[in-house]
Ligand binder design. Structure first.
Ligand code: ADP
Length: 592
């Protein structure tokens, strides 16, 4: 309930923060580091607009002062200027486009890094609720859309506005009546553009959402390919994907329809404007009140006028699409991690016992997974948790590693609440070996070392030797340099386990958290793993989710957990003598 309330207020906050104007301001903020470039590009755009709009006026001068009068003195100079302005505009445009292109790429780079940095900081609850594919879309597609805003959107918008202003200025300077006629069609253009913008904005939202859905489904399908193929779900997956892709296609086609309608409509209104100019200008030339060069210049100017207006609508479109993307990116950036390092960040005290003090925890709402769990692990002690699957054993570990924070109660390390310790400091104390260890697509050595330069090849061989597993890795094609491929698929399950054991042993942390694998491995590896567990636990405070009798017998204490509560505590012998839940589990598990 509390959770739901949280999400609702969160949404309201977002709705309040993301007025388009706020988003635009925030987007503009990303230009700040490159302000010099931006100002230069802006200045050049004004210059380019100037070279552009002055040309029809030169035509007017050529016609009225030279061609119709027959006085050709200075005509060559005028034509020279005409060509020169063409060339200058070309050069200026080239520089401007390069500048804005580079600017866009830099801003995008900054944004990508910010988004990824933020994702790195998020807590596990966040990842429980956000599909990988969607997050990928945020960091790639959505950021790309913003690029368009910075490269073609913003500067081009300013350039078009200044072109329009320039054209209108020259029009009024030459003939205010014709200028007014031209402007008379602007409200119609604006009306069409506004109607269009509304539709497009809605369509863009759908497109962005659709893209995220397609990517999320694609990512999940590729990860789950084995299950899909084995359970012959390929047909189902194809159908589902077709549906998602269809939705995306229809949204994009709707976009095409509106564009298809929009441009001819704008063109049509422009043509009406031109016709009015021709009629009015034509009659007034006949009356002798307007010079023919003015009309020629106007014909050109009207053409030139509608072009930036159309472009503006297009720029606006880019802006809308960028706003849709930015909304998503900013929402992501503004979602704060619930697990943050405490501002107090106390150092971890020397005597590091681990205490769970009346801990209650739920992943969702008040669906309690741990209820009032209390226990203490003294420094150097070895403690095991056993219990039926789903009873909350892994959750205890998730809380100790601060993947999640407790709802009630406290977890203490060395007598200090872990929420008051620096997150880094706590995690630096702990080595975690999970059931299904994650391997990165690099070499075996790289996976054991994990960028810790202190873990040299010699150390890795030493560690493997202590586990009795050096033979296994010597046998690989490229030894320690063998690349394990995607998620370690090049290695067997047992080998992957050994790698993660070696990772923990090489890191040499004070506290070991071990979730013993239940998955079947070959007898040889099973033997190795069994022998390696005591080596791992040596001289360390150890918390183990135990499945092997050999492990259970070597620990100091066993907690039996069922449905989120600790039911029994004692050594193997004591618990067997008690003849309760443990004895029952034990008989089922080890003897059955
Ligand atoms: P065990 O390790 O004892 O098998 P877990 O601690 O993994 O059990 O799970 C305890 C309960 O919490 C289970 O009912 C499980 O469905 C639930 N659970 C585990 N992880 C999550 C999660 N990320 N989100 C929601 N529920 C979860």
């Amino acid at each position: 309930m509390e959770e739901r309330h949280d999400i609702q207020t969160f949404r309201q906050d977002i709705a309040r923060v993301y007025t388009p104007w706020a988003a635009v301001r925030r987007l503009a903020g990303y230009i700040r580091p490159y302000l010099g470039t931006a100002v230069l590009a802006f200045t050049l755009s004004l210059l380019s607009a100037g070279f552009f709009v002055v040309r029809p006026y030169l035509i007017k001068l050529a016609v009225d002062n030279h061609i119709t009068t027959g006085n050709m003195e200075g005509f060559d100079l005028l034509m020279g200027l005409f060509v020169l302005f063409y060339l200058l505009r070309f050069v200026v445009d080239y520089i401007m486009n390069t500048l804005t292109g580079v600017l866009g790429q830099k801003v995008m780079h900054d944004l990508r890094m910010q988004v990824f940095g933020h994702i790195l900081s998020m807590d596990m609850r966040f990842f429980d609720h956000n599909q990988v594919g969607r997050l990928m879309t945020r960091t790639t597609d959505d950021v790309n859309t913003l690029n368009e805003l910075y490269t073609s959107g913003a500067v081009s918008m300013i350039s078009n506005l200044s072109i329009i202003a320039g054209i209108v200025g020259i029009m009024f300077y030459m003939d205010w009546r014709l200028a007014l006629i031209t402007l008379a069609v602007v409200p119609f253009l604006a009306l069409v553009a506004a109607m269009f913008a509304n539709r497009i904005r809605a369509i863009y939202r759908v497109i962005r959402k659709g893209t995220a859905r397609v990517n999320a489904f694609l990512q999940e399908s590729i990860l789950g390919m084995r299950v899909i193929q084995l359970t012959r779900r390929t047909r189902w997956s194809m159908r589902k994907f077709t549906g998602l892709s269809d939705d995306l296609m229809h949204a994009k086609i709707a976009n095409v329809y509106w564009y298809g309608l929009f441009f001819p409509l704008m063109e049509f209104i422009g043509t009406v404007g031109l016709a009015l100019i021709l009629v009015n200008g034509g009659f007034r030339i006949a009356e002798g009140v307007v010079q023919i060069g003015v009309l020629i210049a106007f014909i050109r100017l009207v053409d030139m006028f509608f072009w930036p207006v159309r472009e503006l609508a297009e720029n606006f479109n880019v802006l809308l699409s960028a706003l849709a993307s930015s909304e998503r990116i900013f929402t992501l950036l503004d979602t704060e991690s619930r697990i943050v390092s405490s501002p107090a960040s106390l150092p971890v005290p020397g005597e590091r016992d681990i205490v769970f003090d009346r801990v209650w925890f739920a992943y969702d709402g008040d669906d309690w997974v741990l209820r009032d769990v209390s226990f203490r692990v003294a420094p150097g002690e070895r403690v095991a948790f056993v219990g039926p699957s789903g009873s909350g054993k892994s959750t205890i570990i998730n809380l100790l590693l601060r993947y999640y924070d407790v709802n009630r109660g406290r977890i203490l390390v060395g007598g200090v609440d872990i929420r008051e310790l620096s997150l880094d400091e706590v995690r630096k104390l702990i080595a975690h070996v999970g059931q299904d260890p994650f391997l990165f697509n690099r070499s075996v050595a790289g996976n054991i070392r994990l960028d810790d330069a202190a873990v040299t090849d010699e150390r890795i061989w030493y560690v493997l030797g202590r586990m009795g597993a050096d033979r296994v890795f010597e046998g690989l094609e490229d030894g320690l340099e063998t690349v394990v491929r995607e998620r370690g698929s090049r290695l067997s399950q047992g080998q992957r386990q050994l790698v993660s054991f070696a990772r923990a042993l090489a890191a040499d942390r004070e506290i070991l958290v071990l979730d013993e694998a239940t998955a079947n491995v070959d007898t040889y590896t099973e033997n190795l793993l069994q022998k390696a567990v005591p080596v791992l636990m040596e001289n360390r405070t150890s918390i183990v989710i135990a499945h092997r009798l050999s492990t259970i017998r070597t620990v100091d204490r066993i907690h039996v957990i069922a449905r989120g509560k600790i039911r029994e505590t004692g050594t193997h012998a004591e618990l067997m003598a008690l003849d309760g839940l443990y004895a029952k589990l034990s008989r089922m598990h080890f003897e059955g």
